[in-house]
Structures are given as C-alpha cells and as structure tokens.
Design a protein around this ligand. Structure first.
Ligand SMILES: CC(C)(COP(=O)(O)OP(=O)(O)OC[C@H]1O[C@@H](n2cnc3c(N)ncnc32)[C@H](O)[C@@H]1OP(=O)(O)O)[C@@H](O)C(=O)NCCC(=O)NCCSC(=O)C[C@](C)(O)C(=O)O
Ligand SMILES: [Mg+2]
Length: 353
C-alpha cells in the first residue's frame, strides 16, 4: 500500500493529479451498447441525450472475433459524436484476456480526453486496480490528458467480494463499483442461471398453522443479492465512491427489473445498468427520488434550522439524523434537477403543494 502522504501523487511523470473527491455526476443509468454493432452504434446520437452515461462495451456480450471491431467502433463513435454532458464510459476486457492491454493502449491514446470512466471487469483485489492505475497514468502522460480517467470495478467473483473494501480504497481513481450477478453466481457456484433478480426457489415459508397444521403456508421470495449489495454499498460509502446495481437480464420482465432497481436505490445505490432501451426509463424513474419524497425532505430541513434538536412534523419525530437523511435526498434531487428540467419542474411543483 502507498503511504497516505503519497496517495494523491500522480503515478507517472506528466500524468494529471488524481482527484481528491469523486465528482458526483448523475449516473442513474449506465447504458450499454456494442460499438462494433453498426445498428446499435447508429442509435447513439439519439440515445445519448436520454441517458446519464453511455458505455461502449468491449467485454462479455461481444464475440471474440468482434473484439477489435468493438474497440475501433468505440473510437469512431467517441470522435464523431458530441455527447453534450452525457458521460462516456467503456468496459474493457478482463485483465487476463488477450485484449485488455490493447483496449487500454488504444482507447486512452485515441479518445482518452473523452472518456470519463473505465470499467474493469472481474476485479479480484487491490492489485488489479494498482495495475490499471499505473498504466493509465503512463498512458495519460503519453497522450497529454489533462484530467484523470476514473476507474469503476465490477464485483463479480467470490474473491472480489471478499476483498471489496480494499478494492474500493485501492486508488483515488476509484469512482464506483457495480454488482456483476451473472459471473458472480458462476464464481460462487450458485445455482441460478439468471442475470440478476430473484429466484422462486430462494424463499422462506410461513410456519405450519391451522387446526392440524395443514393450512396452506405462504412463501416469501428472498433477494439472492441482498448480502453482496449491502456489503458493496458499505465498502463504497466508507471510501467515498459510488455503488451501482448492475444488469437485469430479463429484458421483458420490466416489473421485476423495476423492483430490483428500487431495492438497490433504497439501499444506497446511485444507478443501474440499462442493457436495452426499455430499461432506460425504468432506471430514470427509480433512481430519481419522487417529488413527494423531495418535498418532504425539504420540509424537514427547513423545520430543523441548524440541524440540531428534535421537532415533530406530521406526527413523526425529526432530529439530527433524520435531517441528514433528508439532506441525502435533497442533495440528490438538486444534482438531478440541474441535469433534468422535467424533474426540476416536478420537484418545484411538489414543494408548492
Ligand atoms: C439483449 C439484446 C441482445 C437484445 O437485442 P435485440 O435486438 O434482440 O432486442 P430488440 O428488442 O429486438 O431490440 C429493439 C431495438 O433496440 C435496439 N437495441 C437493443 N439493445 C440496444 C442497446 N443496448 N442500445 C441501443 N440499441 C439497442 C436493437 O438494435 C433494435 O433496433 P431496431 O428496432 O432498429 O431493430 C441487446 O439489447 C443487447 O445486446 N444489449 C446489450 C447486452 C450487453 O451489453 N450485455 C453485457 C452486459 S451484462 C453482463 O455483462 C453481465 C455481468 C455484469 O458481466 C455479470 O453479471 O457478470
Ligand atoms: Mg460479467
């Protein structure tokens, strides 16, 4: 581990200084597209204004013989498209693959000034982040990049989960972590073949009841991902970086997708991935606090003055801690309203009610 005194020094001569705080830019949905798929790439100019983050995916879901087409497709899209204030991210291939090195060399030198975040899959420990950290610094220096490219890890191996705290704190470049439920399920030998979401077999059953104990017993499906997500949220919060739910693979089941995203939102995540255009609106709806919740938060903040003491509002006790909870909601609403005029108007209207 680097000494705390050296933590914020650039790792290569001529590389930009690391950030001291992860900038909070709205990232309710990280929209995945395959830049080598011409039909999808052609949709980028229309999709970009509707999403917070556009991510050119080079890893899984891109066939081995299409890896180079995806990489050069991303360079082309980044150079040709004005994304406005929509962020551009990429997911590179895993560090043990034949493509990761060329992904980094090409993308940083060709479009490093346009890339906000590089997502690294299958991160197992701090050593993976340290490798990428140094290499990025060297490439940024070579390419004359003025601001550091941030790094996002996917939590998708059992070892990664065991090391999630050290991953979160491995570098000032760490922007956030996403759950990767498919690879993680395989790595753990879980017996679900789904990409995220629940499973009908993972349940608890009501106790026997009725006269002879034979009445029908209700079952309650449980969340397979709760432990991992909660652990990831704590690791991220402790290190000042941002947690995200990952993908929900049952594209047609928009209801379950919304539920899963909402659980993640309530638990502390700031966004999720959208794999298909239909998931963009779901993520937007879920990861933007409701106008009623924002109005309530502002009411509590106003009533609490300097934030100390205790007051009663509508029958509910408010104190220093609820003031802080309300600030989380109000600050998120401010950041989203600055990007999204529709939300700004909805929040303003709810406050007047
Ligand atoms: C699922 C698929 C195959 C269905 O694609 P489709 O064409 O069969 O679906 P569709 O409903 O017929 O599509 C309608 C229209 O939307 C377009 N379209 C469809 N998707 C997109 C998109 N993302 N962005 C932009 N456009 C899109 C599509 O091209 C089509 O256009 P058209 O009307 O002109 O014909 C397709 O949506 C897709 O390839 N999505 C991305 C998949 C992906 O990136 N997977 C990797 C992330 S998940 C993961 O890696 C796991 C993890 C974390 O690693 C771990 O848990 O371990
Ligand atoms: Mg994966």
């Amino acid at each position: 581990m680097r000494s705390p005194k050296d933590f914020f020094r650039p790792l290569a001569v001529g590389a930009p200084a690391p950030v001291r705080e992860v900038p909070f830019r709205p990232s309710r949905m990280i929209h995945f597209f395959d830049p080598g798929n011409e039909k999808m790439a052609a949709k980028v100019p229309d999709i970009a204004p509707t999403v917070d983050v556009l991510l050119g995916n080079l890893e899984d879901a891109v066939a081995a013989d299409r890896k180079e087409a995806a990489r050069s497709g991303l360079v082309k899209v980044a150079k040709a498209t004005d994304l406005g204030d929509t962020q551009l991210w990429t997911r590179i291939n895993s560090l043990d693959s034949p493509w990761a090195l060329d992904d980094l060399l090409t993308l940083v030198t060709e479009i490093g000034d346009k890339l906000d975040v590089i997502m690294v899959p299958k991160v197992e420990g701090a050593e993976d982040i340290h490798y990428v950290d140094r290499l990025l610094a060297q490439l940024e220096a070579k390419a004359g990049i003025q601001r550091p490219i941030l790094v996002h890890a996917i939590l998708e191996t059992a070892t990664g989960v065991a090391n999630v705290e050290e991953i979160a704190g491995a570098s000032p470049r760490m922007q956030g972590i996403s759950l990767g439920p498919a690879d993680l399920a395989a790595s753990r030998r879980m017996k679900t073949t789904r990409v995220g979401g629940g499973h009908p077999g993972y349940l608890v059953r009501e106790d026997p009841h009725g006269a002879d104990g034979s009445a029908p017993r209700a079952t309650f499906q449980q969340d397979l991902w709760h432990y991992t997500l909660a652990r990831m949220v704590d690791a991220c919060a402790a290190h000042g970086i941002l947690p995200y739910y990952g993908p929900f693979g049952d594209i047609k089941d928009t209801t379950a997708c919304e539920d899963q995203f909402r659980n993640a939102f309530l638990l502390g995540c700031v966004g999720a991935w959208s794999l298909h255009p239909v998931q963009i609106a779901i993520a937007k709806r879920v990861f933007s606090p409701s106008p009623a919740d924002v109005a309530w938060a502002r009411k509590v903040i106003d009533a609490m003055g300097d934030g100390t003491g205790a007051v009663m509002i509508d029958g509910k006790m408010q104190d220093d801690a609820t003031y802080k909870q309300c600030q989380v909601v109000a600050q998120l609403a401010d950041a989203l309203a600055a990007r999204d005029p529709e939300l700004r108007d909805a929040y303003a209207a709810a406050e007047k009610e």
